[in-house]
Design a protein around this ligand. Structure first.
Ligand code: FES
Ligand code: FES
Length: 388
């Protein structure tokens, strides 16, 4: 902290590095760090609850240490490096803690989530993690929804999967730096949010999948024609409702895009698929796939396809998938997501049959579409619930 004297009604220039970006702005000496982050820089991920240092909602990292932003005057942080929850990771490049919170459903209203994430990061990065004292160590942030079990499970999960230390914050997220009041030299705000970077490698999360799908469909086409579709990834991708292949990356890696509109949730995924097994003799293939939506939803799946010739010259296509969902798409819950996934596979099988029969990729607009699939799934579930 500098020894400057500033009149209470005057402002002084303050330079901070926030999420990897240096920023200078004029602040009144009484302004708290939380107010500067939220009201001057637009980083509203730092929540404010009590403003008395009790609830921990405002936890950020100041020079790598967790601190309550409501208890610090911004001018105390001259020259400091500040990391907020926006710097921990972005929608397209989430920090493992963010992924774990999503996977373990470690939030209810979400108000405490930024403070919990930053506090959890501080604990894991500090090298003092101890499962036996985890609840106590995380008690500096209060959850008014009392959703502690998922929160502790998420932190414990990251501790277990990163025994050599938790990855550093991704930082450098200037898109959120918005000068709401004059005096900020944070540079222009990009007009549009960048689409999430598609990952270079497919990774499948540890832990149980959100949904497991195992369906079998009888196709009229002979097995050789069906396998010809499955062996041509471009035609295969065209059979997936709403999906298309955008690049063949070589080495059995493919980039693709998919649009899913499930009721009020409209998602545009960019993703990567890796064919890890493709056996023309046994007619089986296994694909790892992952996709991310710029709104923070993500899916990971291990997909197994197996084709068997039937006695009457057709093919039985069996599809199994372990699907991991996180973000908004996980709102649908396991049962409904399972129903929708099964119907998507049924539609996929029908499209494969058509492509095998015609020798062409199916028309992109054929099939009922994801929204219709969702409504069909809901109706079927309601009919099941009421015995009709
Ligand atoms: S808002 Fe800072 S501790 Fe409650
Ligand atoms: S999830 Fe609501 S305050 Fe923690």
């Amino acid at each position: 902290m500098s020894g400057r004297h500033v009149a209470a009604d005057a402002t002084t220039d303050l330079t901070l590095t926030v999420n990897g970006r240096e920023t200078t702005l004029a602040v009144a000496p009484r302004t708290t760090l939380s107010d500067v982050l939220r009201d001057r820089l637009g980083l509203t991920g730092t929540h404010v609850g009590c403003e008395h240092g009790v609830c921990g909602m405002c936890t950020v990292l100041v020079d790598g240490e967790a601190a309550r932003a409501c208890l610090l005057f911004a001018v105390q942080c001259e020259g400091a490096e500040i990391t907020t929850v926006e710097g921990l990771g972005s929608a397209g490049d989430q920090h493992p803690l963010q992924r774990a919170f999503s996977h373990h459903h470690a939030l209810q209203c979400g108000f405490c989530t930024p403070g919990m994430l930053m506090s959890g990061y501080d604990l894991l990065a500090g090298g003092t993690y101890d499962e036996g004292t985890l609840a106590q160590d995380m008690s500096g942030v209060l959850c008014r929804c009392t959703g502690y079990r998922g929160i502790l499970a998420a932190v414990a999960d990251v501790a277990a999967t990163h025994p050599d230390g938790v990855p550093a914050p991704r930082a450098a997220v200037p898109a959120a730096l918005v000068g709401r009041v004059g005096g900020v030299s944070a540079g222009p705000v990009p007009e549009t949010e960048e689409a999430p970077e598609a990952p270079a490698q497919v990774t499948v999360p540890s832990g149980p999948p959100t949904v497991t799908v195992d369906v079998e469909e009888a196709l009229t086409s002979p097995i050789d024609d069906v396998w010809a579709v499955l062996a041509d990834f471009e035609r295969l991708a065209a059979c997936l409702p709403g999906a298309r292949m955008t690049a063949d990356l070589g080495n059995d890696h493919y980039r693709g895009a998919a649009k899913v509109a499930l009721g009020p949730v409209a998602l545009a995924f960019d993703g990567l698929a890796h064919v890890v097994e493709h056996d023309p003799g046994e007619h089986v293939m296994r694909v790892l796939a992952q996709g991310a939506d710029r709104g923070g939803s993500s899916t990971h799946a291990v997909i197994r396809l197996a084709a068997h010739a039937t006695d009457v010259g057709g093919t039985t296509l069996r599809a199994g998938a372990d699907v991991h969902l996180s973000g908004r798409i996980a709102q649908f819950g396991r049962a409904l997501a399972g129903d929708v996934s099964r119907r998507l596979f049924e539609q996929f099988a029908a499209a494969v049959d058509e492509a095998a029969r015609t020798g062409e990729a199916p028309h992109p607009s054929s099939g009922p579409g994801p929204l219709r699939l969702l409504l069909t799934a809901i109706r079927a579930r309601l009919r099941g619930a009421f015995g009709r």
